[in-house]
Write a protein that binds this ligand. Structure first.
Ligand SMILES: [Zn+2]
Length: 384
């Protein structure tokens, strides 16, 4: 239902930040005037505090009258009104989060387009933000604040209610007198239509005449937060693995035999006794027999990345097939392609020879995935 990349966080979490960054000081300064029962009074205290003490912090005080309800010292923004402490990335791709308020400072993470951050401190040029596991600085020009941020948040993210009791009653109206239309288990996520004083109106199995008690749900948001450098590396690695899996799933399995005129395999991949001085004892490919001068074809379509000579490989060609898959053809008598050339599966790219460290004319065929040699035989078995 929700995008997997989006990290969830409870409303309570951001409210904690809200409390820590602003209200804790309110509490210290104004404790004498705060009581649980003086809701209006609290609102006034907040207004005064914002106006008198926080204007220099850069937080807009235009909407300080944002309704708040007080449960002890816990403040809750209601009905999705703009939270002054949130900012969103206003960039096409991502904004770097820096260790210091300095464009040359080390990047500790990225705030991708529309991702949400809590404003810790807004300065003239840079804002200190906290998002996900990352705390650091972003240039103000890459962020939206206040109402602008809220607009993006409202149009980008879903709000949902998560059941916090073992069995949550869903009722047909916002009263305990109404009919129970369903019961859902703890942890169930319900799409929110609107948040009322005591109840949350939800959308449930096609109806919006559905209500749950606010006391038994947490309101959560599908916010996307910043990605730390470490998380980014992990995501990159996952992408790489996915690319390999993809390559394995169709590309590699469609290889043709590299030496149409000869299907004899003289030496398989793996440990062996070196056939001649200088040859390796771990054979990183297949030796396929062939008459000198017979055609070697590329097993898959791709781009020629190497067409060269080495003292061990002789004349050899490497073809890159994308997704980290590369094939190599060694000991050739002649190369028929050049670097950068696009080749289609089955195209002749070189002729069999015995150049480099070789005892007789043959093709040494290697398969590499992300730079690592792998046994090509399982992929060629079907066409052997
Ligand atoms: Zn070989």
């Amino acid at each position: 239902m929700r995008k997997a990349l989006f990290f969830k966080a409870g409303a309570c979490l951001f409210l904690t930040c809200f409390i820590h960054s602003n209200v804790a000081s309110v509490k210290a300064a104004e404790t004498a005037e705060i009581t649980e029962n003086s809701l209006a009074g609290i609102s006034v205290v907040m207004n005064q505090y914002y106006q008198e003490k926080l204007s220099e912090s850069g937080i807009s005080i235009a909407n300080v009258a944002t309704p708040i309800i007080v449960e002890g010292v816990k403040l809750t923004a209601v009905n999705g009104t703009a939270n002054q402490n949130l900012a969103v990335a206003n960039v096409d791709d991502y904004a770097n989060i820096r260790e210091e308020a300095d464009a040359d400072a080390e990047a500790v993470g990225k705030l991708y387009s529309k991702a949400v951050a809590t404003v810790v401190e807004k300065g003239e040029e840079w804002t200190k933000i906290s998002s996900g596991s990352v705390t650091g600085y972003i240039k103000n020009e890459y962020l939206l604040f206040g109402e602008d941020a809220q607009e993006v948040i409202d149009s980008t993210y879903e709000r949902y209610a998560v059941a916090t009791c073992t069995t949550l009653n869903i009722r047909s109206a916002a009263t305990t007198e109404s009919k129970i239309i369903a019961q859902v288990p703890v942890g169930e996520e319900l799409d929110i239509v609107s948040i009322l004083d005591e109840w949350v109106q939800i959308s449930y199995e096609g109806t919006t005449d559905a209500y749950v008690s606010k006391n038994y749900v947490d309101v959560e948001y599908s916010y996307q937060y910043a990605v730390s450098k470490e998380e980014e590396a992990r995501i990159e690695e996952q992408k790489k693995q996915a690319a390999i899996a993809e390559a394995n799933s169709y590309n590699i399995n469609n290889m043709v035999w590299p030496l149409p005129s000869d299907h004899n395999i003289y030496s398989y991949y793996g440990k062996r006794v070196a056939p001649t001085a200088g040859a390796s004892t771990f054979h990183k490919g297949l030796d396929i027999g062939g008459k000198s001068g017979s055609s070697i074809v590329t097993v898959l379509s791709g781009t020629v990345t190497v067409a060269s000579y080495s003292s061990s490989r002789g004349y050899y060609v490497e073809v890159s097939h994308g997704n980290g898959v590369v094939t190599r053809y060694q000991h050739c008598s002649k190369l028929l392609v050049s670097v950068g050339q696009k080749v289609s599966q089955g195209d002749t790219i070189a002729l069999v020879g015995s150049t480099g460290i070789s005892t007789s004319a043959h093709l040494h065929f290697s398969l590499l995935i992300n730079g690592e040699n792998v046994d090509p035989y399982p992929y060629l078995k079907a066409v052997h």
